[in-house]
Design a protein around this ligand. Structure first.
Ligand code: URA
Length: 242
């Protein structure tokens, strides 16, 4: 007998969204089962038979081949496969793909750099789950030049409105005339975290580039470019939390 699951629980298990977020996706008419838009979260999915799509991307076919890509998300692009407001989105950059993949987490509209794309919901879930403390490294251009004291304070950890944050690495990399480049690594995925850290330290972020996500590096990708992950990189991603 096939196994069935409520649609919101199914999306949560695939790592597409939390159950609450899944309910929002449903309410927004962004989820379909076998081509039919579904709005009620109580609808059951046959996990062996049904084809579930979010924003037109197939997310839940059993035993389908897994695909993994690294994309350099340019600045001013939304991290979604489609955008109801018609802003440039990640989906536009992978239009020619014949495989359906979705972004692993998010980068702000005005942030840029490494974004992973996959249809492997479990791996995506693990990369984003707080339990696994997956490191994310950013090159950050901030206004002004942080003092030694500021750098030391941040290295020890600071308090933000939603709690304490201590980067696992932070270094003042380069001092320009009026701004500075910082390299920093964090393991949390709280909203606008890097921007909020630097705003708190009175050095607003001017540019934010993610260069590493867990075992994957941006390498020499240019804005808008995509590369397939190597078998070694895929193996590293799959072994997170294993
Ligand atoms: N921190 C931010 O402020 N924005 C991002 O997009 C990622 C981390």
């Amino acid at each position: 007998m096939s196994k069935t699951l409520r649609i919101n629980k199914y999306l949560a298990q695939l790592g597409i969204a939390s159950r609450r977020k899944a309910d929002e996706l449903l309410a927004q008419g962004r989820v379909s089962i076998n081509g039919e838009v579904i709005k009620q979260h109580g609808v059951q999915v046959d996990i062996d038979q049904d084809e579930v799509e979010v924003d037109g991307v197939v997310v839940g076919k059993p035993n389908r081949k897994k695909h993994y890509y690294a994309l350099y998300k340019p600045k001013n692009v939304v991290t979604t496969i489609s955008d109801p407001e018609k802003r440039p989105c990640v989906g536009d950059l992978i239009k020619t793909f014949d495989t359906h993949v979705f972004p692993v987490g998010r980068l702000d509209f005005d942030a840029e750099g490494l974004l992973l794309l996959t249809n492997d919901g479990e791996a995506s879930n693990r990369m984003l789950h707080p339990t696994y403390h997956v490191e994310k490294t950013y090159r950050v251009k901030v206004k002004g030049v942080p003092s030694k004291e500021t750098m030391a304070k941040l290295a020890k950890g600071i308090k933000l409105d939603d709690g304490f944050i201590k980067p696992s690495f932070v270094k003042l990399e380069k001092i320009l005339k009026e701004n500075s480049w910082i390299t920093m690594t964090i393991t949390e995925g709280r909203k606008h975290l890097v921007k909020r850290i630097w705003l708190r330290l009175d050095h607003p972020v001017i540019r934010l580039v993610r260069t590493e996500f867990g075992p994957i590096k941006l390498l020499d990708l240019k804005p808008g470019e995509v590369r397939k992950l190597t078998p070694k990189e895929i193996q590293k991603i799959q072994s997170i939390g294993a």
